[in-house]
Ligand binder design. Structure first.
Ligand SMILES: [Zn+2]
Length: 331
């Protein structure tokens, strides 16, 4: 028995212990907690909330102490697992949570890998807050990324090692350039790649994978998750170029020879179906250009707050004034 927040009624620990999974949405966790203990979800939320107001959007009114009391898990453990808790209890954030998701755009609510769930003995749906790089479960060779809205949308890709390897390359890219920067350009890379493959008769690697998927599934119509999965290897290749500070600088250069070097590099990496002077790529370059400033000729310093600000993950601590000065001196 543990006292509830604000001196409210004491809350009894529920008989069945239900552990949250990493980055699980609060709604998903409460539903599983209710089902595991043979309770109605609304009744459980009402029991935990601080007010008597009705409605489904009351999750933020559940005190963390109350949740800890009924689940039997510590507040820190819950903050490590549940993004909504991290958001409202910033004092529980630790260094180990840097880079982990917050329950905000651009993260998406998406089903957790159904085989990871089954491995924990979970039979019902589990929804998590997913970063853009939650695309492939490497352990189970399952596409869990864009286009997946239900567990059934997750497609097996064991027979597509290039898709699995693309996930490894994406992680490498994030280690190299940092998640904020890679995320900022992620959808641009899909747009640039999609322009090549939107003609279903184009002989691109993505369309070839789609044809194999059609044959495998014995159907003419496949959900969008299949299309995004089929495009993924080339998307990561494009992303590797446009998220590179060096190649971005070349792309927006006022020097024509530098710009051609950028296009040559993009074509070389995307052989045998090179991304050349496409509309989507020129659009990306156009939107990257900024009026040059004397101390920021390529707009990198101007962009940094945008990379960090719209990331949807817990940022590292603000650098000290000395570190900022040293960083500025290096550029
Ligand atoms: Zn998995």
């Amino acid at each position: 028995m543990t006292p509830a927040a604000g001196g409210g009624p004491r809350l009894r620990r529920l008989p069945c212990r239900v552990a949250p999974v990493p980055d699980e949405t609060l709604e998903s966790y409460l539903c599983r907690l209710a089902v595991g203990n043979h309770l109605a979800r609304d009744l459980l939320v009402e029991h935990l909330s601080t007010t008597g107001r009705r409605g489904r959007r009351r999750l933020h009114l559940i005190p963390l102490q109350a949740l800890a009391a009924v689940t039997g898990f510590t507040e820190t453990r819950l903050a490590h697992a549940l993004p909504e808790v991290r958001q409202h209890e910033p004092h529980l954030r630790t260094r180990t949570l840097i880079g982990r998701v917050l329950p905000v755009h651009p993260n998406q609510q998406r089903p957790w890998c159904r085989r990871c769930a089954a491995g924990r003995g979970i039979t019902g749906p589990v929804t998590i807050w997913a970063r853009c790089d939650y695309a492939v479960c490497l352990r189970h060779r399952l596409w869990v990324g864009r286009g997946v809205h239900h567990g059934d949308d997750q497609l097996g890709i064991a027979d597509f090692p290039d898709i699995t390897h693309a996930q490894v390359r994406l992680r490498r890219l994030i280690r190299r350039h940092g998640y904020p920067r890679v995320r900022h350009h992620f959808l641009n890379a899909y747009d640039i790649q999609h322009e090549l493959s939107r003609n279903p008769f184009a002989m691109t690697p993505a369309n070839d994978r789609l044809r194999r998927l059609h044959a495998r599934e014995h159907t003419q119509f496949l959900p969008w998750a299949y299309v995004y999965a089929a495009q993924f290897p080339e998307v990561v290749t494009v992303l590797a170029v446009i998220s590179s500070p060096f190649w971005r600088r070349a792309a927006i250069s006022l020097d024509g020879a530098e710009r051609e070097r950028f296009f040559d590099e993009m074509s070389r990496r995307t052989e045998p179906h090179p991304v050349g002077h496409t509309r989507a790529l020129h659009s990306w370059i156009y939107h990257q250009r900024r009026p040059p400033l004397p101390d920021d000729p390529d707009g990198e310093r101007l962009l940094r707050p945008r990379y960090i600000g719209a990331t949807g993950v817990i940022p590292p601590p603000e650098p000290s004034a000395e570190a900022r000065a040293a960083d500025h001196a290096r550029q």
